[in-house]
Write a protein that binds this ligand. Structure first.
Ligand SMILES: *[C@@H]1O[C@H](CO)[C@@H](O)[C@H](O)[C@H]1NC(C)=O
Ligand SMILES: *[C@@H]1O[C@H](CO)[C@@H](O)[C@H](O)[C@H]1NC(C)=O
Ligand SMILES: *[C@@H]1O[C@H](CO)[C@@H](O)[C@H](O)[C@H]1NC(C)=O
Ligand SMILES: *[C@@H]1O[C@H](CO)[C@@H](O)[C@H](O)[C@H]1NC(C)=O
Ligand SMILES: *[C@@H]1O[C@H](CO)[C@@H](O)[C@H](O)[C@H]1NC(C)=O
Ligand SMILES: *[C@@H]1O[C@H](CO)[C@@H](O)[C@H](O)[C@H]1NC(C)=O
Length: 361
């Protein structure tokens, strides 16, 4: 992640605090018994305190020793990802208030972010309840978002868009891992809500086309996207009983891109940067490598020059729509998970103003 100090100074205009409806903090009893679908805590609660009761804010050991539920592994992975997303919004709820989002932002901006926090807390509870008591229920870690956003509301909104489109990309992929039909439907239903969050942001925060084009971008190896979210976790901060995340984990070299000499948009040359000093790819001189680009339902492979680490974003893709995902593979089209040697990288195309602000080196 990389942000320039942007409109921070102009945003620091002193405005009177906007009078948002602030509901009183929820009582402990109502927190404990709150069920998603039956509680306004997961819809429009405006308190700064988390809507989650203490007993749900931790890892929960397995209490049984029978076989794992059919989709336990899927929901363990997803819950670990959800802790990262929920924690981002809980941070925003605590760190900001309505006056941090003055004109030109609608005066409902903070209220909406807190509502999204509520929805994400509901996702935490839903995923917890999907994991059988024969499996560990992962708990939250600590996250380093503020290292990127540095308390800046505009940077926060930028990261918000990125996290929402990323979660669409892994939710659609995880459907392929679900055993139970009800799990597949649940993933679609949750993905719809993440998409609403993104739509809201594109309209209200960024004033751009709220739609992603005809399809969101799908990616066949969702655990690779989950793995890339490890970048937000403070090393060593996860509960000791948490399972490895994601499981299975390939631990592929992570990517960013060089913002010099590119627009990051279709048709533009792009230099891939392998951003982890201790996790670099090793390229074989006799192998042809490809940058495999994903956009909507489309996949296009382009030769990857390992001497310069450059390739060209396919000019065929539509502009200023959704995201473009790219990985580096040793087979055209990256037909298997194992053929991916690095990545993936999510390039945010919408809003276009953020393309060179996120994931650049
Ligand atoms: C928010 O803005 C709308 C118009 O955009 C206005 O009608 C409303 O009074 C404002 N609310 C507050 C709390 O300032
Ligand atoms: C585990 O869950 C099952 C089914 O939900 C329940 O019947 C059982 O009592 C639980 N066991 C423990 C040890 O919590
Ligand atoms: C976030 O970073 C800003 C700037 O460094 C700092 O002032 C603020 O206290 C931090 N907030 C949290 C919750 O860490
Ligand atoms: C899922 O739905 C399909 C189509 O209705 C059905 O054939 C299949 O048996 C269902 N699978 C499970 C595990 O219920
Ligand atoms: C980005 O590209 C510029 C110009 O080609 C080059 O000077 C710089 O070293 C590159 N940065 C990285 C991180 O590779
Ligand atoms: C390309 O990436 C490889 C693998 O990490 C690295 O050794 C090499 O220095 C990079 N080349 C350029 C021009 O950045």
């Amino acid at each position: 992640m990389h942000f320039q100090p942007t409109l921070v100074a102009s945003l620091a205009i002193a405005l009177p605090a906007l009078a948002l409806p602030t509901s009183s903090s929820a009582s402990q009893a109502s927190l404990q018994t709150a069920v998603p679908g039956e509680s306004s805590l997961f819809v429009n609660y405006q308190g700064k305190n988390t809507p989650l009761a203490a007993e749900y804010l931790r890892a929960i050991p397995a209490t049984g020793s029978g076989p794992a539920g059919a989709d336990d592994l899927l929901f363990q992975n997803l819950l670990a990802a959800e802790w990262a997303i929920y924690s981002f919004y809980q941070l925003g709820a605590e760190m900001f208030d309505a006056s941090d989002f003055p004109d030109p932002y609608p005066n409902t901006t903070y209220e909406r972010l807190v509502q999204i926090r509520d929805n994400e807390a509901g996702h935490v509870r839903i995923f917890q309840d999907q994991i059988s008591n024969n499996s560990v229920t992962p708990g939250p870690c600590q996250y380093n978002y503020n290292e990127t956003i540095q308390g800046d509301p505009v940077s926060y909104l930028a990261l918000q868009v990125f996290l929402e489109v990323s979660s669409m990309a892994f939710l659609t992929g995880l459907i392929n891992q679900a055993s139970l039909n009800i799990s597949k439907s649940a993933l679609v239903a949750i993905g719809q809500v993440e998409s609403r969050h993104n739509t809201w942001a594109l309209i209200d925060a960024w004033d751009v086309n709220p739609f992603s084009g005809p399809s969101d971008t799908i990616y066949p190896y969702p655990n690779q996207i989950l793995d890339s979210t490890n970048t937000f976790i403070v090393d060593g901060s996860c509960p000791s009983i948490n399972p490895i995340y994601p499981d299975p984990r390939q631990n592929l070299p992570q990517l960013s891109f060089n913002k010099t000499g590119t627009t990051g948009t279709p048709g533009s040359e792009i230099q891939i940067v392998f951003k982890q000093a201790d996790n670099q790819p090793s390229f074989d001189a006799d192998t042809d490598y490809y940058a495999v680009f994903y956009h909507g339902l489309d996949t296009i492979s382009v030769p990857f020059d390992t001497s310069s680490n450059t390739t060209t974003i396919p000019a065929e893709f539509d502009k200023e729509a959704s995201i473009i995902i790219v990985n580096i593979a040793d087979e055209k089209g990256a037909p298997t998970q194992e053929s991916v040697v690095a990545g993936p990288l999510i390039i945010l195309e919408q809003p276009g103003d953020l393309t060179l602000e996120i994931n650049t080196a």
